[in-house]
Write a protein that binds this ligand. Sequence first.
Ligand SMILES: NC(=O)c1ccc[n+]([C@@H]2O[C@H](COP(=O)([O-])OP(=O)(O)OC[C@H]3O[C@@H](n4cnc5c(N)ncnc54)[C@H](O)[C@@H]3O)[C@@H](O)[C@H]2O)c1
Length: 316
Amino acid sequence: MVLNQYVLSPELYGNTVPMQICIPAGEQFKNAEYLKEILDGLLKNRCSRSDTVTAFGGGVICDMTAFAAAVYMRGMHVQLVPTTLLSMVDASAGGKSGIDYRGYKNLIGAFKPAETIFICTELLATLDEEQYWSGFAEVIKHALLSDDDFLDQLMLNKARIVSRDHEFLAETVKRSLQVKITFIEQDPCETKGVRQLLNLGHTFAHAYETLSDFTVPHGTAVAWGIAKSLQYGTKLGITDPEYGRTIIRFLNELGYPVSSTIRNRKKFMELMLLDKKKKGNTLQLIVQKNRGETMMIPVHDHEQVSIVISEKPQTL
Ligand SMILES: NC(=O)c1ccc[n+]([C@@H]2O[C@H](COP(=O)([O-])OP(=O)(O)OC[C@H]3O[C@@H](n4cnc5c(N)ncnc54)[C@H](O)[C@@H]3O)[C@@H](O)[C@H]2O)c1
């Protein structure tokens, strides 16, 4: 990982002028048609397995480029220059690559870790508010999963978060990425039940964003999902109630819609049951006892989950 390198530096490309393949931005283009554009571009330029493809863009571009690199000639080199906060702290690390297929997110993919990730936090200055806060929810999630003072630093520096203080953001992105890497190193292929803990809030979030027809940005849904998993854990007597209240209040202060509730509980539960972490027919949820104390638990009784999604947190 290289922090704050400029993206067109000789370090990235040597002294050659790189060829470029441009793909439109947005989730609607993360599909087989645009994967083909990348593969055609690589072929047209006679790229070989020893060449390197560099993704410059958000999570969509990083995921698609890495997948193209995984399948082109059974694997060429890939490096990433993530340009959104979400892709810097989440999508760039861990090697998950892929495209959406027939309406299913990331249905086709491969593990293809990038050889180098170049992070330029200066790029965050141009992100719109929605994208910035969407990415910041994943930063908060990493701080909750970490048992050091990362969370305290966020809670003490709300003004610097809001103003996108560059120095603070550079340090925050670095710490956030380090948390993700710690989990991935323990369980690279998600087979040991460790990497799944990075999914804190995500089972609730995926159903929430799907129910909204993807009008709610991913990270915003994740912040809501984290609040729900804290409410759920508290109901079961797992989550320390004071911890749960503190985090939900913090998310609320940053403007995340934690008091939003679900009317169509039946549909929501159906969507939750599509989660990839399900074992057989049993839903698995990630809950926390406290900061840095996270676990995956089976959900045998759906009624408690159904109550939580329709209840505002008592804190607010
Ligand atoms: N591989 C993984 O582990 C992983 C993890 C999390 C998310 N993802 C994937 O990431 C994708 C979401 O990524 P995203 O949120 O970055 O969305 P995105 O790639 O669609 O980018 C969002 C928008 O931000 C714009 N943008 C990018 N950089 C910018 C900049 N510096 N300034 C201004 N605008 C900029 C883009 O043009 C686009 O309109 C999803 O497809 C998701 O599945 C992958």
